[in-house]
Structures are given as C-alpha cells and as structure tokens.
Design a binder for this molecule. Structure first.
Ligand SMILES: Cc1ncc(COP(=O)(O)O)c(C=O)c1O
Length: 361
C-alpha cells in the first residue's frame, strides 16, 4: 500500500489519450528532425500564457528535474551556498549537491518561508539563489501567503539573488485556480519559474518548461544544450495536442476531485488511527506533512510501516542537516480511496509499536 508515490496513479490518468497523441505526432512529416533549441513555438506559447510571460521567455525542458539541474548549474559556480525553504523537495537538494552547491535551510510555517529568517540567511551566507515552492509545496501542500510574496521578492532583490520558483504543482489545486506564479509579480527579472506536465499527463511524458526574463534564460538554454541538445519533437507535439484539447480542463477538474476525495479519506483515517499527530491541511499537491510524536524516529517508523506493508517517506529526507521535529510525508496520489483507511491503520500500528518500544526502554 503506497503512501509514498510522487505521481498520480494510472487510475487518475488518461494514458490512452497520451498514446493516441504521441502516435499522431510521431508520424507527422519531419517528426524526427532536429527541433528548435528553445522548443516548438506552440508549446512555448502555451506555457507563456499559463505563466503570464512572453513566449520568448520560455524554454521547453524534459520536466522540472532536468530544468532544475540546468538552472542551478547555469546560475552558480560549485561551492556556492543556496537557500532552501524547508521542508523541501529531496530531488532539488540532490541537484544542488551534485552541482557542488551548499544547501542552507530556511524554515517555513504554514504561510510559507519565514521572511525574517530569510533576510538573516541572505545576510549571513551571501547566497545568490533561493529555491522555493510558493504553490502547493512538496511535502506539505501549503501556499506562500499573499502578504509574503512582495517581501520575498524584495529580499531577493536586495540580496541580488535569483529565486527558483518550482511550480511543479500548478495544475494540482484541490479546489479553484492556483495562485498566480511569483514570476508575474516580479518586475526585475529575479524569478525563474519551472513547471511540468508530468504530474497531470503521465510521468513518462517528460515535458516541462523554464521561464525567465533577461539573459539568464540563454544561460540555462546553453546548459540544456550541453546536456542533450534539444527536446524530442513528438513529445512536445503530443503535449500541445493534450493541453489544447477540449478534454484538458475536464481532466484537471477530475484530478482535483480525486485528490480532494483521497485527502478527505486520509484525514478521516488519521483522526481514527493517529489522532495525536498534527498537520496543516494541504491546499493542493499530492502529500500531507504529518508531525510524529516528539522523540520518535521517522526512519524507524517508515521501516516498521514497510514491514506492515505500507510505504511512506521519512521526513528527514526533506530537511537539511539535523532534522527538527520528526515527520512523515504521507502521499495520497497513488492509492485508491478505498484502501487509504487500511494503509493508515497499518501505519498507526507501526507508530504505536515504535512508541511502545521507546516507552519500555
Ligand atoms: C517539488 C518537485 N519538483 C520537481 C519534481 C520533478 O518533476 P518532473 O521532473 O517529473 O517534472 C517533483 C517530482 O516529484 C517535485 O515533487
């Protein structure tokens, strides 16, 4: 029983539509010729309209992960500090570390990154980059409060720093439209926004985009060229077909409804089996950040849960250095509602077992 999956499961997808779009794209004349380095114009245009930027400010990439890697390497030399609002996405930490960068944590609360601590972190480290997920962050599903958006932009401006806005969950709102991307409020070219279609179409439809104003986009594009020249054309054309079809809006609504329903079942099950574990209700995205009883070990609990047949990720993967209060990331995108109660019951047994072992020591 997976409470660990980072992508919507097959029951939430329309793989047959992806297959048809891809088959058509693969047979078009010139399908397998080299494509423009920045991506095909139709797809750049679609992302540009979604972000609220110019088409020229968009580069197509194979998902967010590749975009993160190219962007971090394009901006900073090895050995530089990078600020991360924590808890954070382990894949972004892995990118930073593999590029020889030094991740520095900046704590968040349910309203997003704590700006007084962000100001101190910029001053103490001289960092020129902040990694942030303002909308439906992985792991806690929270949104940067509207009152903090301008402050975060001003602090980055004062520090002469870029902000990587990882907007991976833009189309995973549980109700109503997501807040606009931070790049729309940025008049000075500090924000670089990354987004992806892998979560809403299929994990293997590796299509995403980077948006940035000014010369930095050309630096990212140059890094992408070093990595693999350009993006597969049939994938890009299939993506255009999917996002411009009349079905797209309906599909997003269906995904939102399923996520809402699964979260509802998860919250009900937590109230029954883990009533002492706190959390802030996610506003979007795929996971809930569950606070464990003080003194418990998240890794041991995740191991015991696995032995009980439930996979879940220990919170320490989402932190930098010494983890603070222990947490688990409980994902609800890869398990049907009908099985969530059973999974949480087994998880609850693992938590209780570890607690009783602790008490008897
Ligand atoms: C916060 C975040 N960013 C980026 C990614 C990478 O997504 P992809 O490369 O599939 O677009 C993920 C995947 O789980 C994620 O959770």
């Amino acid at each position: 029983l997976s409470l660990a999956g980072g992508y919507p499961d097959a029951s939430m997808r329309h793989d047959e539509r992806v297959a048809v779009a891809l088959a058509r794209a693969a047979r078009r004349p010139g399908a397998w010729e080299p494509t423009p380095m920045m991506g095909i114009p139709e797809l750049r245009g679609w992302f540009a309209r979604e972000f609220g930027v110019d088409q020229d400010d968009v580069l197509i990439t194979p998902g967010v992960q590749a975009a993160l890697s190219a962007t971090m390497r394009a901006i900073l030399p090895a050995g530089s500090p990078v600020l991360f609002a924590v808890p954070t996405y382990p894949g972004a930490l892995a990118v930073a570390r593999s590029a020889g960068l030094i991740p520095v944590p900046v704590p968040t609360d349910p309203e997003g990154v704590r700006t007084e601590l962000l100001e101190r972190a910029f001053a103490a480290t001289g960092a020129r980059l902040l990694y942030l997920q303002p909308t439906f962050a992985n792991p806690d599903g929270q949104v940067l409060a509207s009152t903090r958006r301008q402050e975060v932009l001003a602090l980055a401006g004062k520090a002469g720093a870029f902000i990587i806005e990882d907007d991976w969950a833009r189309w995973l709102s549980h109700a109503g439209p997501a807040p606009p991307p931070l790049i729309r409020d940025d008049d000075h070219g500090h924000v670089i926004t990354l987004a992806s279609l892998t979560k809403t179409t299929a994990p293997s439809l590796r299509v995403g985009a980077v948006s940035a104003r000014g010369p930095v986009l050309q630096r990212v594009a140059a890094m992408r060229m070093v990595d693999d020249f350009f993006m597969c054309r049939p994938l890009q054309e299939a993506a255009v077909e999917l996002v411009t079809s009349t079905h797209w809006e309906r599909q997003l609504k269906a995904v939102a409804a399923t996520l809402r329903d699964r979260l509802h079942h998860l919250i009900r099950a937590l109230a029954t089996d883990l009533p002492d574990c706190g959390y802030a209700k996610p506003q979007g995205g795929l996971s809930l950040w569950l606070q464990l009883p003080q003194g418990s070990d998240d890794s041991i609990i995740a191991e015991k849960a696995l032995a009980n047949g439930v996979s879940v990720l220990p919170g320490r993967l989402f932190s930098i250095g010494e983890p603070g209060h222990p947490h688990l990331r409980v994902a609800y995108a890869s398990l049907d509602s009908s099985r969530i109660a059973e999974a949480v019951h087994r998880l609850g047994d693992a938590v209780k077992l570890v607690q009783s072992n602790n008490d008897s020591r």
